[in-house]
Design a protein around this ligand. Structure first.
Ligand code: HEM
Length: 486
């Protein structure tokens, strides 16, 4: 081939490539898309993303975008058009950990999913999940936690035992089983869940914005590791299910697992759940167990951290406890209404910490007009709950920890339209009521008996979270002192 021919081929290739890029940039099937950042050809906004996705998206997604960054945008889509925005896309990172997209949190919005969610809520409720009978279980667990705290000497990472105590509420509902605070096997499972949440979130970053990255060696390694964590969790669930199957008595329902086993019968067919393979069962447990034993305790870790970091808060909560509950009985749920400051502190913690910074991705089922813009069918919609909770327009001083923002002039508890830590709409959190009950009872029972402080000889812990599905407070130790001002 002569040199001039080679040059012509290269020129044609360059012109074709540039034409393709110009065509891609100019091709706009929708004229009325929400405003968004100007990305680069082919790679879009990837070069603008660093490690803390919720902060990057907050910068990129000012105003309305398909990254929903304001409460108005979230309400006008996820809440107003609940069923239109209730679908979940088949994201590549979920495909790694849940290839059939089974389970409440990952499943697409279908008739099967609706039946399964209805069944799950009903089954969880019958074990006190949504009702006040859960109160007794939480109080029993808290009594054990208090005994444990009384034996502590010197600075301690109290969250290890608090996490197990809060997880026990869920394992009692699911498996009729509680674990001791030094149970290494269960501590290992909790650690596995933490790593699973972190690695799955990292896979989302790796794969969703540029799927070709799935072939890179370190992403392949992460996929393999995340599958290994998945298996470990499913082995844990499977051992409980097998134990229940072996001891199942007709007409006797001990817990959630028994409810499902009775429902599906021996041929694994149910009128409500259809064919329910063991695999499906594992993924169903997997779809709410991590939230219950990770998100709720992680929120509690933030709550204790802020309580000690802002000593006025600890004093005010203790004063309210002394006033309303006293010291001769454990706190109960009926005390909640009379304790607005304590409730406001819990709410401010969920806002300020941004414990679930980015909502799981939703998918729009049809072209929809939202606040005057078109959200196209099948597009991924991500609510940046961090941005919603740190929007200066909505909150005035979002970077200040101030529980009083949830109280009116008379001190009554008030809500705020931009407050949505459990998300809103058809896919909002199934565990909201349980989590709120746990926070109130565990928090008030601990502050009723103990005062917490940071070890005097160490620097104050950081308030910056580590990014994952949940934003985690770094480990910290507290001194636990029995209250003498009682
Ligand atoms: C402070 C604690 C918790 C927070 C902040 C939280 C937050 C959330 C958020 C933001 C979502 C996503 C909603 C959406 O996609 O729009 C969610 C979904 C979900 N949560 Fe929680 N959660 C918490 C505790 C729990 C607990 C204790 C459970 C246990 C049962 C649970 C079970 C679920 C389930 C099953 C879903 C999926 C719902 C669906 O897709 O329909 N969560 N949660």
């Amino acid at each position: 081939m002569v040199a001039s021919e080679s040059i012509s081929i290269v020129l044609v290739a360059v012109v074709a490539f540039l034409t393709l890029i110009i065509w891609m940039v100019q091709r706009r099937p929708y004229r009325n898309l929400p405003p968004g950042p100007k990305g680069w050809p082919l790679v879009g906004c990837i070069p603008m993303l660093k490690s803390d996705l919720h902060l990057d998206l907050q910068d990129l997604g000012k105003g309305l975008n398909i990254i929903l960054s304001s409460h108005r945008a979230v309400r006008a889509s996820l809440l107003k058009y609940g069923s239109v925005f209730a679908d979940k896309p088949a994201e590549p990172h979920i495909e790694v950990v849940n290839p059939h997209f089974y389970g409440t949190i990952f499943g697409p919005y279908s008739e099967d999913w609706k039946m399964e969610k209805k069944f799950t809520i009903k089954a969880l409720r019958s074990f006190g999940y949504g009702s006040t009978s859960i109160e007794t279980n939480i109080q029993k667990e808290v009594t054990k936690l208090i005994e444990h705290f009384e034996s502590l000497k010197g600075p301690h990472d109290i969250m290890k035992s608090v996490s197990i105590a809060m997880s026990n509420i869920m394992t009692l509902i699911l498996f009729s089983r509680r674990y001791d605070y030094d149970d290494q096997g269960f501590l290992d499972i909790l650690q596995t869940i933490g790593k699973w949440m972190e690695n799955t979130a990292k896979l989302q970053g790796d794969l969703n914005f540029f799927p070709l990255m799935g072939c890179l060696p370190w992403v392949l390694k992460r996929k393999k590791y995340t599958r290994h964590l998945n298996k470990k969790l499913h082995d844990f669930f499977r051992s409980h299910v097998e134990e229940h199957r072996a001891t199942l008595v007709p007409g006797v329902t001990r817990d959630f697992v028994d409810t499902v086993l009775h429902e599906i019968g021996s041929d694994k067919m149910s009128s409500t759940l259809g064919y329910y393979s063991d695999d499906k069962f594992m993924y169903q447990l997997h779809s709410f167990f991590p939230d219950a034993v990770d998100t709720a305790p992680e929120s509690m870790r933030w709550l204790m951290l802020y309580t000690v970091y802002y000593p006025e808060t600890q004093k005010k909560v203790q004063a309210e406890i002394d006033d309303v509950i006293g010291h001769n009985r454990l706190p109960c749920l009926a005390d909640r209404d009379a304790m607005p400051y304590t409730q406001a502190t819990i709410m401010e913690t969920l806002r300020f910490s941004g414990v679930v910074p980015i909502n799981p991705t939703h998918c729009c089922l049809e072209d929809t007009e939202v606040l005057g813009f078109t959200i196209p069918k099948n597009v991924d919609v991500i609510a940046n709950l961090w941005a919603v909770h740190h929007d200066p327009e909505a909150w005035g001083d979002p970077e200040v920890f101030r529980p009083e923002r949830f109280q009116d002039k008379e001190g009554h508890l008030i809500s705020h339209e931009a407050y949505m830590p459990f998300s809103v709409g058809r896919r909002s959190c199934l565990g909201e009521q349980l989590a709120k009950k746990e926070f109130f009872l565990v928090y008030t029972s601990l502050l009723q008996r103990f005062t917490f402080s940071f070890p005097k000889d160490r620097p104050l812990p950081s308030l910056k979270g580590e990014f994952g599905f949940t934003l985690r407070a770094k480990d910290y130790e507290l001194c636990v002192e029995k209250r003498t001002d009682l």
